[in-house]
Design a protein around this ligand. Structure first.
Ligand SMILES: Nc1ncnc2c1ncn2[C@@H]1O[C@H](COP(=O)(O)OP(=O)(O)O)[C@@H](O)[C@H]1O
Ligand SMILES: [Mg+2]
Ligand SMILES: [Zn+2]
Length: 389
């Protein structure tokens, strides 16, 4: 069998297979069932969350031999041809590449003819915000009075750039970034089918790195499986993400919490000379601190902690040895550095400053503790100063 990247191999083929876009899938399925399919749809949302997949499923639902149906069979000639992109009545046009007016004129000329073999002529226009104004003008005429058999599905990541006159003629669906758990569930299914061994912790970290994008998550998974021999561990992922190795990160954290600035700076040097960027390392440190705080608040076994996908054994003992107040101060320092990095302050300097600040926190007065001691003293009366003579 030909090698097919995971993101394409596992493209959802039915409405129910699309993760995390349940409302949209149900609305479209209902429209088909009640025969109220609009002439033009606009799918917006971040990249890799299912817009193109949903557009193709809708096309199949409309054209399927046993349709229109909310459950396209996937095996008739229409379904098969739509899946492999060869159906004569379903055109998928990438507006980023064909943004000119000529392409749209050709499209509108063709649109008036009856479909060749299906019930409808369907135009899927991707990245539609890239169309030139003259192209839109040519398209608008068609949108105003579309031939009865024509359906448009527009997709875009930048809905703000789409003309109001176009928006008003489309039924709009906003695709959301996909929830962590939905991504992990999908990845888990794929791993089972691919016979790849990945722990849930690694899957959660992949999903977090993908930031709500299913395609990005699957691409990461694909790369990981490619470099491994079937069993993928945390360090494979760190390598792929350009992140610090688990034990190096843990050593750094130990030095920071132990208040040893000199050792912390050496650990820092070791990590960054290995090619880890300051931004990535700060993100990783923030993750560790977040884990500490969550462990202190909800316990190591809580789902909130599990979702971070970090090895918790050492974190647990570290969390027990430090107050939440101190953890929060560390978090503040790291987040301030993260901000500064985004504003272009010398990354290495930021990192060093943050590390020294954190390591020296133990020497800084614990104001909360001090206040509590004062209150206790006051209540006991022991602290009442004698009257000066
Ligand atoms: N909601 C989803 N559910 C399942 N898989 C998805 C989803 N969104 C994206 N994918 C995966 O990512 C790939 C690209 O998705 P696509 O629909 O082309 O995203 P978009 O058009 O929003 O950029 C698909 O082939 C599929 O493997
Ligand atoms: Mg797309
Ligand atoms: Zn079919």
């Amino acid at each position: 069998m030909d090698y097919l990247v995971i993101a394409r191999k596992y493209r959802p083929q039915t409405f129910s297979e699309v993760s995390g876009q349940g409302v949209i899938a149900r609305t479209l399925a209902n429209a088909i069932r009640s025969n109220r399919v609009a002439h033009a749809y606009l799918f917006t949302g971040p990249r890799g969350v299912g817009k193109t997949s949903m557009a193709r499923i809708l096309a199949k639902a409309l054209c399927c031999e046993s349709g229109p149906t909310e459950k396209p069979c996937g095996t008739c000639q229409h379904c098969v041809m739509i899946t492999d992109g060869s159906h004569p009545d379903v055109a998928e046009i990438d507006a980023a590449r064909f943004s000119g007016v000529d392409a749209i004129r050709e499209l509108s000329d063709g649109a008036s003819f009856s479909p060749t073999m299906a019930r409808n002529r369907i135009y899927i226009l991707d990245e539609v915000h890239m169309l030139s104004n003259s192209a839109w003008n040519a398209l608008l005429k068609l949108l105003e009075e579309p031939p009865a058999h024509v359906r448009f599905i527009f997709a875009t990541t930048e809905v703000d750039k789409v003309l109001a006159t176009v928006l008003s003629r489309c039924q709009r669906f906003d695709f959301r970034a996909i929830e962590l758990d939905d991504i992990v569930n999908r990845l888990r299914d794929i791993c089972a089918k691919e016979k790849a061994k990945l722990s849930d912790a690694v899957l959660f970290r992949i999903a977090r790195a993908a930031g709500g994008g299913m395609r990005d998550a699957q691409t990461l998974l694909d790369q990981l499986i490619a470099v491994s021999d079937g069993t993928v561990n945390e360090e494979d992922l760190n390598l792929l993400l350009g992140a610090a190795r688990g034990e190096d990160l843990d050593a750094l954290l130990g030095d920071l919490l132990g208040g040893d600035s000199a050792k912390a700076l050496m650990a820092l040097e070791r990590i960054t000379s290995g090619g880890v960027s300051a931004a990535t390392l700060i993100d990783q440190l923030i993750d560790q601190v977040r884990a500490l705080l969550l462990i202190q608040t909800c316990g190591a076994a809580s789902p909130a902690v599990q979702r971070l996908g970090l090895p918790t054994a050492t974190l647990e003992s570290r969390a027990a040895a430090i107050t939440p107040e101190k953890v929060m101060r560390i978090a503040q320092i790291l987040m301030a550095s993260q901000q500064a990095l985004r504003h272009g302050v010398d990354p290495r300097l930021q990192l060093e400053l943050a590390c020294v600040r954190i390591a020296r926190l133990g020497e800084v007065l614990d104001v909360d503790g001090l206040l509590r001691r004062l209150e206790r003293l006051e209540r006991s009366g022991a602290g009442t100063p004698a009257h000066p003579r």
